[in-house]
Design a protein around this ligand. Structure first.
Ligand code: BDR
Ligand code: CA
Length: 317
């Protein structure tokens, strides 16, 4: 039986790669819906990109919902320097013909996942700031019964990428992330510990360039990364957002361990830091739930091989 997944995303170049990989695996994954969240670009841009991607992939049957236009408390901070003015690098997605669902945000996600048959659950794949999912678990606590796990790209127990201590998705909306980590729902945290080992190389981009129109568009997006200040002169780029998708498809290539996890919600240099919260003796007897499986390691060559296989095989249905 296929696994039901819901993708929460801010496309975003690596989001677009991850969404493509998920659709390429539709023999194993049933994509119930996609929600957009402000992050790499504004909510208008990322929602448009999510709609456009479903059209590109011939999957207009999958509903796309416009989510939160800004973090719960903080100002939005977009990443146009890494993802470009359109959010998809050198690709200008142009118009779309399909319509957004008329309802928006966490209420719509709730409604859709609760409509699943009674015996079915859904895995939330989150690859942007956690604003929508924070709102979902806070406003609709019974949603937790329908969610078997949240596989999230975010956080780091090593160094950060937006600050020395924090990874972008968590830093962007730390309050929402902390609410999600404290929800009690089983979480798989694919943070920078593992995602920095999950790369595509420049020659993979050349391989994509030799494919059909979908592969060529991915190549055009990814080329922008290599030209951006963050990656200039590098031979490889991390495919952060594909890690949750590959984790679901090939769990055996990953390893890690479970922890209680909190997020620093300060406004100082620790903002958005993901803190393992189960080690200190003062907390040892409080029975904190270790609901966050922190993925630490990966067989990087297997990741690259499996991701390229998915991306090269994807076709319009
Ligand atoms: C995360 O930040 C975003 O820019 C990427 O899309 C990814 O989700 C990596 O830190
Ligand atoms: Ca993202």
């Amino acid at each position: 039986m296929k696994r039901n997944i819901w993708i929460d995303t801010d496309p975003g170049i690596d989001d677009a790669v991850a969404i493509t990989a998920a659709f390429a695996a539709d023999d194993r994954l049933n994509i119930c819906g996609i929600s957009a969240v402000a992050g790499n670009q504004t909510i208008d841009i990322v929602t448009h990109n999510a709609l456009w991607l479903t059209e590109l992939l011939g999957r207009e049957d999958v509903s796309v919902v416009r989510g939160a236009d800004r973090p719960l408390i903080r100002e939005a901070y977009h990443a146009g320097d890494i993802h470009g003015a359109y959010g998809l690098g050198y690709v200008n997605p142009g118009g779309v013909s399909r319509q957004l669902s008329s309802e928006q945000g966490a209420a719509y996600i709730y409604q859709r996942i609760m409509e699943l048959p009674q015996e079915e659950k859904v895995t939330m794949v989150t690859i942007g700031p956690l604003t929508n999912i924070g709102l979902l678990v806070r406003a609709f606590p019974d949603a937790a019964q329908k969610i078997d796990q949240i596989v999230c790209m975010g956080g780091s127990t090593v160094e950060g990428n937006i600050t020395a201590t924090a990874e972008y998705n968590i830093w962007a909306d730390p309050e929402a992330a902390d609410m999600v980590f404290q929800s009690g729902i089983p979480i798989v945290m694919c943070g920078l510990d593992v995602t920095m080992k999950c790369i595509l190389r420049k020659d993979d981009i050349d391989t994509l360039e030799k494919g059909d129109d979908i592969q060529k568009l991915l190549s055009k997006m990814l080329t922008f990364y290599f030209d951006s200040p963050a990656y200039k002169g590098m031979e490889a780029v991390a495919m952060h957002d594909s890690v949750p998708v590959l984790y679901l498809l090939c769990p055996d290539i990953f390893s890690g361990e479970a922890h209680a996890m909190r997020v620093s919600c300060t406004e100082d240099m620790c903002r958005g830091m993901t803190v393992i919260y189960d080690g200190a003796y003062t907390y040892a007897n409080r029975g904190l739930l270790k609901n966050v499986f922190v993925v630490r390691d990966v067989d990087g060559s297997a990741f690259r091989r499996e991701l390229m296989k998915l991306l090269m095989n994807v076709r319009r249905p």
